[in-house]
Design a binder for this molecule. Structure first.
Ligand SMILES: Cc1cc2nc3c(=O)[nH]c(=O)nc-3n(C[C@H](O)[C@H](O)[C@H](O)COP(=O)(O)OP(=O)(O)OC[C@H]3O[C@@H](n4cnc5c(N)ncnc54)[C@H](O)[C@@H]3O)c2cc1C
Length: 367
């Protein structure tokens, strides 16, 4: 297979870049390791809920005012943003288990959620692209450079595939790239160091979503926000869909990251009494619980991310940028200069790379 540009990674950065190339009539192929698009964006329905069409965000939940690119995208695709619920008080749990419910504060007031989940954004982009150019279950393992062209090796369900390209945009988390892909010739030492130094935003997190028939805490005058010094959930928010037809709370898990599957049941066993203590008896009886441990997901996190990750405020590190002249580019949300780590940062990063590719004046046909 040949293409002018190969994009490695089908998260928001890779998909939004694909869209830009598509609009500019530039030949591209996108290779995504997982069997789904979206990367860290993941909106999942509950198997046990009587509302199978409601999807719960296990990755990002919010966009904020002042993020022009994502706002534009949401408007363009008519994705029905709605305000994070913020009426009422916050629940605070001390380390000794005592609970206060009288804090008149909402931690996420003013932020916006997306009807049908944040994955509606990536779904909408996929829908306007040529599906034949978007290849799922293609894990890139090797990128070889030779005289201005590249040979990529990808593992697929049918064995290995080779793809030739003139430009490669690696839109996978820099640490994942550094620890799982081989480069030939090897990347210079300072580039390897720079890739490893970029923390993947939220990669060390796990999220637990508890789904209920009703957002019952709202009738108790609570906005759903919870802060706990005791855990296992350390920060909790209302995750109810816009319609309010059912309720959901989500919490970030504060116990050591890298939660193993076998610990899932003990996490739930300890989260339920905590939810009951904070939100009342109904909270101990959810219709379903979904847990997503990002720290244990090899296409997002590496061992370096397991001790937590600071919020990257990074532009592309200089040594990485130096490879651009050779046609090898790196772009993820971490490299958004103003909104590093966020959805808006992914759009910033893809915009910058698209600008470079367009400036490279690629012939419309591979020769
Ligand atoms: C729990 C959580 C909560 C968050 N909350 C928010 C929020 O509320 N608001 C916000 O703005 N941001 C939030 N974020 C951050 C946001 O999700 C990311 O900034 C954004 O989704 C990153 O997009 P990306 O395309 O740059 O990277 P990714 O989504 O990581 O995409 C990279 C892609 O590369 C693929 N890949 C990896 N290795 C290979 C390989 N070898 N071959 C081929 N493909 C490969 C991956 O499978 C993935 O699809 C959150 C993230 C998490 C995890």
């Amino acid at each position: 297979m040949e293409s002018d540009v190969v994009i490695v990674g089908g998260g928001l950065t890779g998909l939004s870049l694909a869209r830009r190339l598509d609009e500019a009539h530039i030949d591209y192929v996108l290779l995504e390791a997982r069997d789904r698009f979206g990367g860290r964006i993941l909106s999942q329905a509950s198997d046990n809920s009587s509302h199978p069409n409601v999807r719960h965000d296990l990755g990002p939940s919010w966009i904020w005012p002042g993020q022009p690119r994502i706002e534009r995208l949401v408007r363009e695709f008519n994705l029905r943003p709605f305000q994070q619920y913020s009426e009422g008080t916050l629940v605070y749990e001390e380390a000794d288990g005592s609970v206060r419910r009288d804090f008149n504060y909402s931690t996420m007031a003013g932020s916006l959620r997306i009807g049908c989940g944040v994955a509606s954004i990536t779904d909408a982009i996929v829908d306007v692209l040529d599906r034949q150019k978007l290849l799922l279950s293609h894990t890139v393992t090797r990128i070889a450079r030779n005289k201005g062209s590249f040979r990529l090796t990808a593992t697929t369900v049918n064995g290995e595939e080779t793809i030739r390209a003139r430009h490669v945009v690696v839109a996978a988390p820099p640490r994942v790239v550094e620890s799982t892909m081989t480069f030939d010739p090897p990347l210079p030492g300072d580039v390897v160091k720079a890739l490893r130094a970029v923390p993947t935003w939220m990669a060390g997190q796990a999220k637990l979503v508890a789904i209920y028939d009703q957002p019952f805490w709202r009738n108790m005058g609570l906005n759903g926000d919870g802060i706990s010094r005791r855990g296992p959930l350390v920060e909790i928010h209302d995750a109810t869909p816009a319609s309010g037809e059912m309720g959901a709370l989500f919490g970030f898990v504060g116990i050591p990251v890298g939660l193993q599957q076998r610990e899932r049941s003990s996490l739930i066993d300890s989260a339920l009494p905590q939810l009951e203590a904070m939100y009342g008896q109904k909270a101990s009886n959810p219709v379903d619980i979904i847990v997503k441990d990002w720290a244990n997901d090899r296409f997002t996190a590496t061992t370096h991310d397991k001790d937590g990750s600071g919020h990257p405020q990074l532009a592309t590190p200089v040594s990485i940028a130096g490879l651009v002249d050779e046609g090898l580019m790196f772009a993820t949300s971490e490299m958004g200069p103003q909104f590093g780590g966020l959805l808006e940062g992914a759009l910033e990063a893809s915009e910058a790379v698209a600008r470079r590719i367009l400036a490279a004046d690629i012939d419309p046909v591979w020769t």
